[in-house]
Design a protein around this ligand. Structure first.
Ligand SMILES: [Ca+2]
Length: 502
């Protein structure tokens, strides 16, 4: 299987009886890990793959968003931005946390579940956390009433029956070295399953994880009156369900079937969550399915499908153009919103949107006001969902998430259909090529409407390029322009030095 994920389910703790109508909506956010645009049949109908029938049904009964972007191109920064509504440069999470990380999402950040919890919601999360696993950084200390899942990615610990991976990792071995010699596999640190703040299984059984998630998710949705949820993912090592076979009761899938079998299992989990929700409080529940970043290309046959967003400019020079990068394959994610009676069925919207929009939208629908002492980067999309408004972000920045340049730097900017790159390269493709790191001054600008594969940048001399550059290219030098310098905490030594230098 592979269906990990993140399920957040929020319900009221001040509860009137089940029969009392509630004005507060339930929210179920389903976040698929490393999902590709092309993995959902609803986004690639011509392929007739039929791997995700439940998500197709949800799209037919709801809204399909075609220009929706994860806030970063890798796990921790994307999840931090979703939970805070802020870019990583503001919330402090610009790269993934490690098994050895002592801290996590800074405690000064206010999270979406915390605000909903304070407003009377019951909040739960099921799946991968990856925002810090020690002490105060765990999910039950960051706003969730209940948690079941893994503290970081599936491949950051060994399991007794390893799933499918490249390179293939060995089973746990307590006598071996801390890391095995090949490929960064963990051999002695068993992947834990955590319930609330306790380890309940270590190493966990990857092959039964989906069923454990499904059981917890359906139980919570049944029991909670107001629900908000988050869940679900595809991430190596993959552990697809065993296939029925006439000659054997437990045939493992062929290598070519592993990813699609895992995808179908994820879809079935989404279907179970949806049908449980439909049977519980259908007309009062928003289900929002999206992804935390695109596929990890170097996993080859175990990675997802980016659809038409192949980043040809980069791939033709050798190098990856999906997860970790700011090419479309890294951050444009399939996204479906479903709310019977509120969101018009079988609709599509091409507004430019981000995972950071989840934060202000859910708070708006719950009539909760976030703290006013900080800036937010998401927008409230209620009118887009309920009334078909087309107004998305005027500008959207894509941070570096492990490719060329510094982690977290906003190295690509999008406005309307145009997208400007200032640096490219240094992400691994299937086969090992990474592509040379290249700075671009003037930037590469692509028109995604004409060139969704990002193959041919606009000619710098054309009026079209000049008009876009004038609108979207900043000439501020943030290292010397004091008016453009970011705020600095005067109690920190580095800021005192900066003040002295000025
Ligand atoms: Ca991910």
């Amino acid at each position: 299987m592979l269906m990990c994920g993140l399920l957040l389910h929020t319900g009221s703790r001040h509860g009137a009886s089940v029969n009392t109508p509630s004005k507060k909506p339930n929210f179920i956010i389903i976040l698929a890990d490393d999902i590709g645009w092309g993995d959902l049949d609803a986004y690639q109908p011509a392929e007739k793959a039929n791997n995700t029938p439940y998500l197709t049904l949800m799209a037919e009964q709801g809204l399909r968003l075609t220009d929706f972007h994860s806030p970063a191109s890798t796990c921790s920064p994307s999840r931090a931005a979703i939970l805070t509504g802020r870019y990583g440069l503001r919330n402090g999470v610009t790269h993934n946390f490690a098994v050895s990380s002592a801290a996590g999402l800074p405690l000064s950040e206010v999270t979406l579940p915390h605000l909903l919890q304070t407003a009377g919601y019951y909040t739960a999360m099921i799946g991968k956390w990856h925002l810090g696993h020690n002490g105060p950084y765990g999910p039950t200390n960051r706003g969730f009433d209940y948690y079941l899942g893994i503290p970081y990615s599936n491949d950051m610990g060994c399991t007794d029956i390893p799933g499918y991976n490249l390179p293939q990792c060995p089973p746990c071995d307590s006598s071996g070295p801390q890391r095995s010699v090949h490929g960064g596999c963990y051999s002695t640190v068993g992947l834990p399953l955590i319930e609330n703040s306790s380890i309940v299984e270590q190493p966990l059984d990857l092959w039964t994880l989906t069923e454990q998630y499904k059981s917890a998710a359906t139980r919570i949705i049944h029991n909670a009156r107001y629900s908000t949820a988050r869940l679900a993912h595809m991430h190596d090592p993959l552990a697809p369900p065993l296939l029925p076979d006439a000659s054997a009761t437990s045939r493992r899938p062929d290598d070519s079937e592993v990813y699609t079998a895992s995808l179908r299992e994820m879809d079935s989990l989404v279907g179970a969550v949806k049908s449980t929700s439909d049977a519980t409080d259908k007309d009062n529940t928003l289900i929002w399915f999206t992804g935390d970043n695109g596929p990890l290309e170097k996993k080859c046959r175990y990675a997802g499908n980016v659809g038409p967003f192949v980043g040809k400019w980069q791939t033709s020079r050798g190098g990856g153009s999906a997860k970790q990068t700011t090419w479309e394959g890294g951050h444009r994610v399939p996204t479906v919103a479903y709310w019977p009676g509120r969101i018009p069925a079988n609709t599509t919207n091409s507004a430019l949107l981000s995972g950071m929009d989840i934060f202000p939208t859910l708070l708006s629908l719950a009539e909760v006001t976030p703290p006013s002492d900080r800036r937010y980067d998401g927008i409230d999309v209620t009118n887009i969902f309920l009334h078909g408004d087309k107004t998305g972000h005027e500008f959207l920045f894509h941070p570096n998430s492990g490719a060329a340049g510094r982690f977290g730097d906003l190295q690509t900017v999008r406005t309307e259909t145009h997208k400007a790159f200032y640096i490219t390269g240094a992400a691994e493709a299937c086969g090992g090529a990474t592509g040379m790191e290249q700075l671009h001054d003037p930037p590469l600008i692509f028109d995604l409407e004409r060139d969704e594969a990002e193959e041919t940048p606009l000619d710098v001399e054309t009026p079209e390029y000049q008009a876009i550059a004038e609108r979207s290219v900043s000439t501020a030098d943030y290292s010397t322009d004091t008016s453009a310098a970011p705020c600095c905490d005067p109690t920190q030594a580095v800021c005192q030095l900066q003040a002295a230098a000025l």
